[in-house]
Write a protein that binds this ligand. Structure first.
Ligand SMILES: Nc1ncnc2c1ncn2[C@@H]1O[C@H](COP(=O)(O)OP(=O)(O)OP(=O)(O)O)[C@@H](O)[C@H]1O
Ligand SMILES: [Mg+2]
Length: 171
């Protein structure tokens, strides 16, 4: 895993395998606090769900994340509950109302949303956007963490410290 700090508080992380993406999620899980909100964007198969799976491991959830097949929303019980949403099959913003997302957001939990663009405006004005892209190698993924708001810049800083430490201890 390679990590680079960019202008504007952005953090770019290169993952070279599914295991590395999962490990990154696990580290991220250890940093999360109630109310933290993440939007995960990027192509099909770019690693969004795998990252969430790592987060559930980091939160010591009683169950680990897989792609939520039928339900758009899945809640993982753990030290901090995690809501994992995959809104890929949402037809449009008009279908959001029945999901009662505002109510969900009132819970002491963390939230990670795949394909969440229709929900972005209605949920919060501060959040992290993680943009997933594929690299040149088959198992290379590039994760760009774009923080919106102070809390999310802080998460990037914590993440950077944690990853730097990993790199220097050669773990
Ligand atoms: N470095 C990597 N990080 C994450 N996944 C990787 C990596 N290299 C290969 N893969 C593979 O890519 C796939 C990622 O699947 P995943 O379900 O996480 O994607 P996704 O972004 O959630 O897709 P979707 O939009 O369909 O939900 C898995 O099959 C995984 O094994
Ligand atoms: Mg997915």
């Amino acid at each position: 895993m390679r990590v680079k700090k960019e202008a504007g508080g952005n953090l770019v992380i290169w993952s070279e395998s599914p295991a590395e993406t999962e490990e990154l999620g696990k580290i991220l899980g250890g940093i999360l606090l109630p109310g933290d909100l993440f939007f995960l964007s990027g192509d099909l198969g770019s690693g969004k769900t795998l990252l969430v799976r790592g987060v559930t491991l980091g939160l010591a959830s009683t169950e680990t994340a897989t792609s939520p097949t039928f339900a758009l929303i899945h809640r993982y019980e753990g030290e901090l509950p995690l809501y994992h949403l995959d809104l890929y099959r949402l037809a449009g913003a008009e279908d959001l109302a029945p999901l009662a997302l505002e109510e969900m957001m009132e819970e002491e939990a963390a939230f990670m949303i795949e394909w969440g663009d229709p929900a972005k405006e209605v949920l919060a004005d501060t959040y992290m956007e993680i943009e997933f892209t594929r690299g040149e190698q088959a198992e290379e993924r590039i994760l760009a963490f774009h923080p919106v708001g102070e809390r999310y810049r802080k998460i990037n800083h914590s993440l950077w410290l944690a990853l730097e430490k990993e790199q220097t201890t050669g773990k």
